[in-house]
Design a protein around this ligand. Structure first.
Ligand code: GLN
Length: 198
């Protein structure tokens, strides 16, 4: 089983490392041909407008959309969450996404004062207590369609109640960055869901 990490931009290495620590074989991918060689995909944090542009110019938009439609498991963190959303608010007018998860996300939603902050998040299906989540110019989820399961909300602080983790079928997204904290539970959860999907 090989998990690709979309390596156009963002914290690719951290995801490859975290996936390795939970026993998955992971490698960066950036060419359309590589999209057919993987069993699952991780879209890292970074900058979704840049990632969108590069996805278009590298010819990755349609191949990845097609794999998503065929059921390939994908996990997106932060910018990766934005890349998975059907609707993006406060994006660029020409911003594209893979549009896998039926949800509306707002970019940079937590505002300038909290460009970067940490908050506890409870995630359904992930044992071991609240997740100590790191948010960096993060989006939040404003609306979800009927097929989307809300997995996690901020549990305390000014952003309490905000939706920051969701799942729709084989697609998983978090507004925060588990790849930066050494807490491997989200990566383990994803890798287990990839094994189940197979
Ligand atoms: N603000 C970024 C964007 O809109 C996401 C930030 C991140 O991935 N840490 O793409």
């Amino acid at each position: 089983m090989t998990i690709g990490v979309l390596a156009l931009q963002g914290d690719v290495r951290e995801h490859v490392h975290a996936l390795g620590l939970v026993g998955a074989e992971a490698r960066p991918i950036r060419r359309p041909g590589e999209v057919d060689e993987i069993d699952a995909l991780v879209i890292p944090g970074g900058e979704s407008t840049t990632m969108s542009k590069l996805a278009v110019s590298f010819g990755l938009l349609d191949p990845i959309r097609k794999r998503i439609a065929d059921g390939m498991p994908v996990y997106g963190s932060c910018a990766g969450m934005i890349m998975l959303a059907t609707t993006v608010l406060d994006g660029r007018p020409d911003q594209e996404s893979f549009a896998g998860i039926d949800m509306t996300v707002r970019r940079n939603a937590f505002g300038r004062q909290v460009d970067s902050f940490e908050a506890p998040v409870r995630i359904d299906g992930v044992d071991g207590g609240d997740f100590h989540a790191v948010f960096i110019r993060a989006p939040w989820v404003e609306e979800v369609g009927p097929d989307v399961v809300v997995l996690g909300r901020v549990t305390a602080g000014p952003a309490a109640g905000r939706i920051v983790a969701v799942r729709q079928g084989n697609l998983l997204a978090t507004a925060f960055h588990p790849e930066l904290t050494g807490d491997l539970r989200v990566h383990r959860y994803f890798v287990e869901s990839v094994r189940d999907a197979r």
